[in-house]
Write a protein that binds this ligand. Structure first.
Ligand SMILES: NC(=O)c1ccc[n+]([C@@H]2O[C@H](COP(=O)([O-])OP(=O)(O)OC[C@H]3O[C@@H](n4cnc5c(N)ncnc54)[C@H](OP(=O)(O)O)[C@@H]3O)[C@@H](O)[C@H]2O)c1
Length: 429
């Protein structure tokens, strides 16, 4: 059943429309990483292998690794059969000599490093945290946290030589919400959220982005104790809008497709009131809430019956960083954008029953006419820049890409979520 559902998603991220996958779009997305070299740790199975495949499909040369040579050989053979440029080697990320060999080999054979996906993790312990031993903590923190940092430390000088790069840590939903019986593992995954936020401003100076993915329960051998037990799985499912376990490809997947009334991007907004909130009038509030919030809901209400006919769809609201952290002079606008964060979370479980995903993007300051009052004034922009890791206003295309991602197969296990695209403006954990 799970297999069947996933196959349907593969051919149809928003459910049901294979015909929408244009060859041109596919080629474009496949080529977007061409010329780049990507190291993915723990990549001979599960999420790491899916990430390597996804990066490779987009044109990157991928370097796969894990502890066992036989697994490396199998993964290399598999990816080569799929016409992906791939190199493989063994690497236990907990061993410094292995990490160094992986990076040195990559530089020697591929000429540099542009991307690091730090994916490896262990969990040697199930039970009450209080029963865990020092040895358990040492092992978990060594592999899950320290090695992620130490791998980053090794690749950054090479990324700097290429004048930029991208680091992605693989955390977990358990990093936000500790899982029963998985206490030390959960804490290690929370540490990765912190590492992401701590490193991003520092490495932004070298044009290196640092981000993190926090998967839910994904069907890999790592998590089989969770999804193979019907009772445990049933408990987890109660908390899911999309009532199934995810597949590795839903974390590592790439192919974008969208179109027609399968997808609604609710983007319209106005911010007509500048000044103190207390000076705003009822008419101001009516206008702002009408356009920014009510119309987003009413449009969704109009398109949902059509999405249902196609057996699924994708709704994306465009909120703002101001939704998390109100901007003083545009108070009512900020509040309307907070409402969209709430709408996203409130609608997602309801529409998931109809295979319709509801997500949200919260851009920072983007160079459009809408916000020119902010970014054209050097003083105002200067103040904002202090909060940014990437010390510039964003370009519209940098938001368009995030929206496309949320409408694509890549996001087939994401609903009720807001992605902040703010240049590193840390507006939430
Ligand atoms: N599956 C989930 O539900 C889920 C949910 C949230 C987060 N995650 C995270 O996703 C990441 C990948 O997990 P997965 O579910 O894809 O696991 P998986 O399918 O079991 O794959 C694990 C991979 O890691 C390799 N590996 C294990 N220990 C290693 C080490 N010390 N050094 C290098 N490679 C190592 C394995 O190969 P060898 O045996 O050859 O080393 C294998 O290639 C982990 O960070 C995990 O915490 C998973």
């Amino acid at each position: 059943m799970l297999r069947f559902s996933f196959r349907r998603l593969l051919t149809n991220p928003v459910a049901g429309q294979t015909r929408k996958m244009s060859g041109a779009n596919l080629a474009g997305s496949q080529k977007s990483l061409s010329g780049m070299v990507a190291i993915v740790t723990a990549s001979t199975d599960g999420i790491g292998l899916a990430a390597a495949r996804a990066l490779g499909q987009r044109g990157a040369h991928v370097v796969v690794s894990s502890r066992r040579q036989s697994n490396v050989d199998r993964a290399v053979e598999l990816l080569e059969r799929e016409k992906i440029q791939v190199t493989g080697t063994t690497c236990n990320v907990g061993k410094s000599e292995d990490r160094e060999r992986l990076v040195n080999m990559t530089v020697e054979q591929c000429g540099g490093v542009d991307i690091l996906v730090s994916n490896a993790a262990v969990n040697p312990f199930f039970g009450n945290i209080m029963d865990s031993t020092e040895a358990v903590w040492d092992k978990i923190l060594d592999v899950n946290v320290k090695s992620a940092f130490l791998m980053t430390k090794l690749v950054v000088p090479h990324m700097e030589k290429r004048r930029g790069g991208s680091v992605v840590f693989v955390s977990s939903v358990a990093g936000y919400q500790p899982m029963p019986a998985l206490g030390p593992y959960s804490v290690s995954k929370t540490a990765l959220l912190g590492l992401t936020r701590a490193l991003a401003p520092e490495l932004a100076q070298s044009n290196i982005r640092v981000n993190c993915v926090a998967p839910g329960i994904i069907k890999t051998s790592f998590s089989e104790a969770l999804w193979q037990n019907e009772d445990i799985l049933g408990e987890f499912k109660k908390q899911l809008s999309i009532k199934r376990v995810g597949e590795p490809e839903e974390i590592g997947g790439t192919v974008e497709q969208c179109g027609g009334v399968d997808i609604l991007v609710s983007n319209a907004a106005l911010d007509l009131v500048y000044g103190n909130i207390m000076d705003s009038t009822e008419a101001d509030w009516d206008k702002i809430l009408d356009v920014n919030v009510k119309s987003a809901f009413l449009l969704t209400k109009l398109v949902v019956p059509h999405m249902k006919k196609r057996r699924g769809g994708s709704v994306v609201f465009v909120s703002s960083v101001a939704g998390y952290q109100p901007i003083q002079v545009i108070g009512p606008y900020s509040v309307s954008k907070t409402a969209l964060l709430g709408l996203t979370r409130a609608l997602a479980p309801e529409l998931a029953q109809s295979n319709i995903w509801v997500n949200c993007v919260a851009p920072g300051i983007i160079k459009t006419i809408f916000s020119e009052g902010l970014w054209q004034n050097e003083d105002i922009l200067g103040d904002f820049k202090k909060q940014l890791s990437i010390k510039r206003a964003g370009e519209p295309e940098e938001i368009g890409g995030v929206i496309a991602f949320l409408c694509s197969k890549d996001a087939s296990y994401i609903t009720g979520e807001t992605i902040t695209a703010t240049g590193g403006w840390s507006c939430r954990l």
